[in-house]
Design a protein around this ligand. Structure first.
Ligand code: SAJ
Length: 449
């Protein structure tokens, strides 16, 4: 007896999940991807047995090739396949708007499509990160309204959050513990049966709200800790010490784990999930509470790319150069090293801040081709990106930047200034070669009286 699984959303979460499920004997998996201009091209790429990601994703190409060849995985834009699905995974994006309110357009559309077609007895699992309370109050309500079914009776519903990370998409699904929150215990149990087939780590079950809150707190925790590290970086810069030496000393205590300060916090999780937690509290909490720490932490982290632009200006001024009209090369468009994911990348905010200061900006990234927002073509040719530049500012520590020849770079640049957003370069080496060096969290800023 074959279990028919439909995974809605062929992104960083849906593709590895679909591939791993399609490997399981008895599972037949169809990826459902709408043919939008941004992502419709993935349908053909995946059906040809290839991963659509540029970054390094160990095992993913082989997995997709294997299950496509095996005939247990294919991708379509035909939503009618939902009517024959035994299990439906929802893996669509749940972004927040500038006012930090969740934009559930995709989630609502997908829930309605499911509701119109779901067959009796099906299991629906929300994998997308949502504001606590959403699985029941949005997804279940829409499916019930469209189908006339009752959740927990005519179909089962659960929330099971992903912990994927570009570069470890398969690794994290297989090796990190899985939490499943059932709208009913039966929903949790049925989802447990599915995930225990692909997850080698413990698979835990709880209620749906506890699972939704666990996910958003898990990321809010990380964002708050990064914000603390970023604020301490600014303290150390102002006091003229190296925050990374301070962090090393502090973390020698087993009960301390300071995170790493840097050019900012990007990705599809941390910039969004704290706001989803806050929204769930507003919508479904029993009393109004402003979670001040997570809101303030988001503002501190979002300020770091702006601080990077200040460091660029400070370095140029130290070389007698005004930022107005200067050529600044940003190294890294992706939000994470050795990946091609640009969602919420700090590079975008840095580029905006530099342009606002009158700089001419170039962007280099070995993995990101084309630029989803802003007027800048991403350069893959390092020499072209740095030749004639007055400043090079590193936002993403791609491995390629380990092999920069600074003697050569100095000759290629018009003004020798470097700003290091990820504690990536050695300050003494660069200053010894005549570069004006600034870095998040390190001494160097000249107090301008
Ligand atoms: N960052 C810092 N300092 C740090 C850690 C990260 O500035 O100490 C920055 C990174 O440069 C990046 C952003 O934060 O711009 C996010 O980095 P991340 O390592 O958290 O990477 P993500 O966004 O892919 O995080 C994912 C999350 N996983 C999911 O929500 C599914 C996160 O919960 C995990 O903790 C993280 O992977 C991980 O550690 O694997």
């Amino acid at each position: 007896m074959v279990t028919k699984i439909v995974v809605i959303g062929m992104g960083y979460v849906g593709i590895p999940a679909a591939g791993l499920l399609a490997e399981v004997d008895g599972f037949d998996v169809t990826g459902l991807q709408r043919r939008s201009s941004r992502s419709g091209w993935k349908i053909e790429v995946l059906n040809s047995g290839k991963s659509p990601f540029e970054g390094d994703e160990p095992g993913l190409d082989e997995l997709i090739a294997k299950v496509v060849a095996k005939g247990t995985f294919r991708v379509t834009d035909d939503i009618e396949i939902l009517s024959d699905a035994d299990v439906i995974l929802i893996d669509v994006q749940t972004p927040t708007d500038p006012q930090h309110v969740p934009q559930y357009l995709s989630l609502r559309e997908v829930s309605a499509n499911i509701g119109k077609r779901i067959k009796k007895g099906a299991l629906v699992v929300v994998e997308s990160t949502v504001a606590p309370g959403t699985t029941q109050n949005v997804v279940q309500s829409i499916i019930e309204e469209e189908s006339g079914f009752r959740g927990g009776e005519d179909f089962d519903l659960a929330f099971s959050y992903e912990r994927v990370m570009p570069g470890k998409l398969i690794h994290n699904i297989v090796n990190l513990p899985r939490i499943i929150g059932g709208v009913t215990p039966k929903g949790a149990e049925r989802a447990f049966e599915i995930y225990s087939k692909i997850c080698k780590a413990p698979v835990r079950t709880t209620d749906v709200l506890t699972a939704e809150i666990s996910k958003t707190i898990e990321n809010a925790y990380r964002d708050v800790n990064i914000a603390f590290a970023n604020e301490m970086a600014l303290v150390c810069e102002s006091m003229g010490v190296n925050v990374f030496e301070v962090i090393e000393f502090v973390n020698e205590l087993p009960s301390r784990m300071m995170h790493i300060p840097g050019a900012g916090v990007g990705g599809h999780c941390l910039p969004k999930d704290p706001w989803l937690l806050r929204h769930g509290l507003y919508e479904y909490g029993s009393w109004k509470l402003e979670p001040e720490i997570i809101s303030l932490s988001r503002r501190i982290n979002d300020q770091m790319p702006i601080h990077m632009a200040y460091l660029v200006e400070n370095a140029l001024n130290a070389k007698g150069k005004h930022i107005q009209g200067a050529i600044v090369t940003v190294l890294g468009a992706a939000y994470l090293e050795n990946a091609d994911d640009t969602r919420n990348t700090p590079a975008a905010a840095l580029v905006g801040a530099l342009i606002a200061k009158g700089a001419n900006v170039r962007i280099h990234d070995p993995f990101v081709i084309g630029w989803e927002f802003g007027p800048h073509e991403i350069l893959q040719d390092f020499k072209a990106a740095v030749t004639g530049a007055d400043c090079v500012a590193l936002v993403t520590k791609h491995n390629e930047y380990n092999s920069i020849d600074f003697d050569k770079l100095k000759n290629q640049m018009r003004t020798a200034t470097v700003v290091d957003g990820r504690n990536f370069f050695d300050q003494k080496t660069l200053e010894g070669k005549g570069f004006e060096y600034r870095a998040v969290g390190k001494a160097g800023i000249r107090r301008t009286k």
